[in-house]
Write a protein that binds this ligand. Structure first.
Ligand code: F6P
Length: 540
């Protein structure tokens, strides 16, 4: 990496490598004030990190030196920043608080965005109110979203996260090409009262098309062909393929190629969300994201949440050589937020060549994983506290619960705070000795147990603390992570908006599929031949 600030950060790292997070607190009485941000309903505390003001200054200089300010403008203004696909990246255009014109290929895209939103809202209102009927005249009760990747993860995660704001409609998501997934869905739905929403940007995705065909076939075993119009809806850019599938023009919700799949929940891809929570809440979700967009675009880097959090990730990834980052939401509603972020982050920044096509000689995309607290505490937190790896954590929590019950929420919050504290402070030998002495252990017993009971601490975390889980706050939170991905891509000088790495597997799967009915498979490597042979024994 040739950036000047990168070299200075290396020296800063060497200088402070032995320092502990608690030392930084001891040095600076104002640390929390200086290393936290209060914005709208958000309180982001990044003081429990292995860095000081000088590190942060160097990190923000690095952002400037990378051309981040100009890059942000190009991103919002519709520059074709997805160069390898020759596309703009404009999910932000879908959630402008005050819609203004944005040009793509010399054409203002805003009127069309507003038109599709209206189409979505009118449709959602009809279905929710019961005005939209199934083919036998009954109101729709169940919505099945058929999609995969960004056409599934975002809608599924948000629908689940905002379940509290749901209406009478029941939502189910089918994504996996594994027939067991769709068969379990079929068991639950009634052809008279179910609406199928097929979501595929390209309408060529194998998994989605086979699931859609299987559901259509099952539906037509239970209903006449003329009933398709009441029960099958599609979201896609590929109007031709949707029509071929048998969906009428008025049942197609268009989208555009300037929305990347993993950033598409704000577009017509979010139709299932809109059905689940209603247009009013969907608009609030968009507005929350729009506010975060404004913050990201206008705040100084030193007070800019997506920028600072992105830089902290780069700090650990590239200077501390940390490989993974855990995301722990202290909310059962956000149980699939880590899975959603895995696609958003890892599909975006899992790249090994830079913008000039040259192999990078530094680490890029970090590995993302996580599960909701407190369950995660009883699963993998042992390794985070006492294992040999440093794992920076994002703790995400909400100050006000959605259901009454301070008894539960106090306990949840005390765990939320305790874990960040325990990771940072650890427990030293002196404290362990005192505790064991109080328990009446002998000096020999104490010395034997000591190494197992000491926590070295000094493990970093960010706390993203939000007033309450509302549609608007969720919108802001998702947008925060989206922009964080963007910033990291700029620093690492990689293209964040393509995903060529998923193509090879798809291509080979299509070739292998044909070989199941062929005698000769010796063009495959010996291991794959063995696997295909084993499969063929059981294939009927
Ligand atoms: O996994 C690759 C990918 O292209 C994702 O980026 C995308 O979200 C997903 O497949 C689904 O694609 P589509 O919406 O075109 O079916």
């Amino acid at each position: 990496m040739s950036l000047k600030s990168w070299k200075l950060l290396e020296s800063n790292f060497q200088k402070n490598a032995q320092k502990k997070i608690i030392d930084y607190f001891a040095e600076d009485a104002e640390r929390v004030k200086n290393l936290s941000i209060r914005w709208e309903s958000f309180y982001v505390d990044y003081s429990k990190n292995l860095l000081d003001q000088e590190t942060l200054d160097l990190l923000t200089s690095m952002a400037e030196e990378s051309g981040l300010s100009q890059a942000i403008e190009a991103y919002f203004e519709g520059g074709k920043i997805n160069e390898t696909e020759d596309r703009a990246v404009l999910h932000t255009a879908l959630r402008q608080i005050r819609p203004s014109s944005i040009n793509v290929d010399g054409k203002n895209i805003t009127p069309k965005i507003e038109k599709v939103k209206k189409q979505m809202f009118d449709f959602a209102n009809q279905v929710i109110s019961g005005e939209w009927k199934g083919h036998t005249g009954k109101a729709i009760k169940h919505v099945v979203n058929i999609g995969i990747g960004g056409s599934d993860l975002g809608p599924a995660m948000v629908t689940e996260a905002l379940e509290f704001y749901g209406n009478r409609l029941q939502l189910t998501f089918v994504s996996n090409v594994d027939g067991d997934h769709v068969e379990e869905v079929i068991k639950k739905v009634d052809p008279e009262t179910t609406l199928f929403v097929i979501v595929s940007k390209t309408f060529t995705t194998q998994e989605t098309l086979i699931n859609a065909r299987t559901l259509k076939k099952w539906f037509l075993n239970n209903a006449p062909e003329s009933a398709i119009g009441n029960h099958f809806i599609a979201v896609s850019t590929n109007l031709e393929k949707v029509t071929e599938f048998g969906i009428a023009a008025q049942n197609i919700f268009p989208m555009n190629d300037w929305v990347g799949g993993r950033f598409s929940l704000w577009s017509s891809v979010g139709l299932s969300i809109c059905l689940a929570i209603g247009p009013k809440n969907f608009k609030a979700l968009l507005e929350g994201a729009g506010k975060m967009d404004q913050h990201f675009r206008s705040a100084d880097f030193k007070e800019n949440m997506p920028v600072l959090l992105a830089l902290i990730t780069v700090w650990y990834n590239n200077f501390w050589e940390v490989e993974t980052e855990a995301i722990i939401p202290y909310s059962q509603y956000l149980r699939n937020f880590p899975a959603y972020l895995q696609q958003a982050i890892m599909e975006s920044n899992g790249k090994g060549v830079d913008r000039n096509g040259q192999p990078v000689n530094y680490q890029t995309g970090n590995v993302i994983w996580g599960a909701p607290g407190t369950n995660a505490q009883h699963a993998f937190f042992q390794l985070m506290h006492q294992g040999t790896k440093m794992i920076p954590v994002d703790f995400i929590g909400f100050a006000k619960p959605l259901h009454n019950g301070n008894d539960h929420h106090d306990k949840l919050m005390s765990n939320f705070f305790a874990q960040t504290q325990a990771l940072m402070r650890g427990k030293n030998a002196k404290t362990v000795r005192e505790e064991l002495t109080k328990q009446g252990k002998s000096p020999e017993q104490i010395e034997a147990l000591l190494p197992f009971k000491v926590f070295e601490g000094n493990r970093p975390s960010n706390t993203l603390f939000i007033e309450q889980l509302t549609p608007a706050n969720l919108g802001s939170l998702i947008a925060l992570y989206e922009h964080r991905i963007f910033v990291q891509g700029i620093i690492w000088n990689i293209f964040s908006y393509d995903q060529w790495g998923v193509e090879l597997g798809k291509q080979l799967a299509n070739e292998i599929l044909k070989d199941f009915d062929k005698e000769r498979i010796d063009h495959h490597d010996p291991s794959t031949q063995g696997l295909i042979k084993f499969y063929k024994k059981f294939r009927n």
